[in-house]
Design a protein around this ligand. Structure first.
Ligand code: FAD
Length: 490
């Protein structure tokens, strides 16, 4: 049996695995992705778009334009059917992006290919065994890969999670939805209706001849992919006719099963994306939080893998990302309940929608859905601490530049905004670029509003603020050590 060695092996090349592959490649880590599918093409329809924070993380790597060029900027955010406009948010991308997951994955895979990440296609990870120094990963072709770390980005049914023995507690399904693309002989009533099971939708597909459908039933143990007869029965149950539905090209099922991995790490094995959390797609956050898991984990794994930072850094992946997904699980369960239509639920939704059109509740929920309200708990301090760094237009000795441009290589940056610049971080200069810059505009965050202008900011590779300076260097050495390792001997 041949064994190939890599620093990191990623099981699964969906949105999360691809993004993690890119992050590790940018950090010069020898990474390989193992993917079951022969191409990036998906069997069924899945995500329809990106939220603002995902556009930002792609912008932080200099590739957002590729996605923006193929999608449509729209206000995609909503909560329990109430649209949530973010066009007044103080951010560059104050919108979402309508873009099918198929297109998202294709564009992402092209970039990952340019970064030189090998994708081992048409192979499955069939098991693994970890020891003190690494993990042996078994592939379906009999080969084996050896890696220091393995990341399960292998979706909701994750084999990695199961073999690692990681519990997946949560809630069983209450509804089951069929998603289909079919020919019809009778014109259906195009549009969405809601009943006591949830959403029933029929839309014209691009060619105008075919229908795309989402039909929701109570969950009664439905397993596996649905058949055309099941789809027809569901149409009759809702509309009294099946509109002559035939010739399905896409037919699949999803439920509102809601579960989250009890731990995101077991030794040298980590989980990200759907492998770590599953929920009903209402609100459209699953792909988005998976991509953001990858951006949180990538640089940490790179540093630990290279021995620059102790392994304990990986614990912050769980402590930062587990609460984010837990909140998404809660809010999608609430929204799933509110997709049903009966007089009592309609009354609750109406009251909620009266609140959500008010400015403060709208901003709060919109920032949550868009991923713009995330604050990692890095202790007390300036309101920027733990939050996303705004993409300011600053001026450096080389001229005007956007802050996100400084993050393109997935490296941290210490921005010295003081006049004159006084910061000295020579013992970390090999790992943390120091950029002196001028900025005299406003410092504004979504929901939080205006915050006091800092004199310096330490920004992690994922774009979150790790330290804020206020005319002194107090706490900077501790923050640099905690996030980027001990000082080098001068
Ligand atoms: C109908 C529907 C609509 C949705 N709409 C939205 C939306 O609007 N917005 C949104 O953000 N999210 C949406 N989602 C959720 C989104 O599709 C997922 O959250 C997203 O695909 C998760 O990405 P992932 O990479 O973590 O997992 P996956 O996309 O599941 O990718 C896992 C990959 O691992 C591979 N794999 C699995 N096991 C193995 C193995 N043993 N060896 C090798 N490869 C393996 C699979 O082939 C797959 O490519 C929707 C989902 C559904 C079902």
């Amino acid at each position: 049996m041949t064994t190939t060695e890599h620093a990191v092996v990623i099981a699964g090349g969906g949105p999360t695995g691809l993004m993690l592959g890119a992050e590790l490649a940018l950090a010069d880590v020898d990474v390989a992705v193992v993917e079951r599918r022969p191409t990036q093409e998906l069997d069924g329809s899945r995500a329809r778009g990106l939220h603002a924070r995902t556009i930002e993380v792609l912008d932080q790597r200099g590739v957002a334009d590729r996605f923006l060029a193929e999608g449509q900027a729209v206000q995609v955010q909503s909560f329990a059917r109430t649209p949530l406009d973010i066009s007044d948010f103080p951010i560059r991308h104050n919108y979402g992006l309508a873009l099918a997951q198929n297109d998202f994955e294709r564009i992402l895979a092209t970039w990952v290919g340019e970064l030189g990440v090998p994708i081992v296609r048409e192979r499955e990870v069939t098991g693994f065994a970890q020891d003190e120094t690494g993990v042996d990963v078994a592939l379906s072709d009999g080969r084996s890969l050896r890696a220091a770390f393995v990341v399960g980005c292998d979706g909701g049914r994750s084999l990695i999670r199961k073999v690692a023995g990681i519990e997946f507690p949560g809630w069983d399904p209450s509804v089951s939805s069929m998603i289909a693309e079919v020919d019809v002989t009778e014109e259906p009533p195009w549009g969405i209706r809601y009943d006591d099971n949830g959403t029933q939708a029929i839309g014209k597909l691009d060619d105008g001849q075919r229908a795309g459908m989402v039909l929701t039933e109570r969950y009664a143990g439905q397993t596996g992919e649905p058949t055309l007869s099941e789809l027809r029965r569901a149409l009759v149950a809702v509309w009294g006719t099946d509109f002559g539905a035939h010739n399905p090209t896409r037919l699949s099922r999803f439920t509102d099963m809601t579960r989250q991995a009890a731990s995101y790490r077991e030794g040298r094995v980590l989980l990200a994306g759907d492998a770590a959390h599953v929920h009903y797609p209402v609100g459209g956050q699953g792909l988005n939080i998976g991509v953001q898991d990858a951006v949180n984990l990538g640089w940490k794994l790179a540093q630990v893998g290279k021995g620059a930072t102790p392994e304990s850094l990986l614990n912050t992946y769980q402590s930062e990302r587990h609460p984010v997904a837990a909140r998404v699980l809660q809010t999608t369960m609430a929204q799933t309940a509110l997709t049903r239509s009966d007089p009592r639920i309609d009354a609750v939704r109406d009251i909620l929608s009266e609140l959500l059109v008010l400015d403060e509740p709208r901003k709060q929920m919109a920032a949550m859905v868009s991923g713009l309200d995330i604050r990692y708990d890095l202790g007390e301090g300036h309101p920027l601490l733990g939050r996303r760094m705004p993409d300011l237009d600053i001026v450096t000795a080389d001229g005007p530049v956007r802050v996100f441009t400084l993050l393109h290589e997935a490296r941290p940056v210490l921005l010295d905004l003081g006049a004159p610049s006084t910061l000295d971080i020579a013992p970390w200069a090999d790992r943390v670029p120091l950029v002196s810059a001028e900025y005299d505009g406003a410092w504004e965050l979504p929901v939080v509003g205006a915050v006091p202008a800092p004199t310096a900011v330490l920004v992690r590779p994922d774009g979150h603020v790790a330290w804020v300076g206020d005319d002194t260097q107090a706490g900077l050495a501790d923050a640099l050590t905690a996030w980027f390792g001990p000082p080098s001997a001068r």
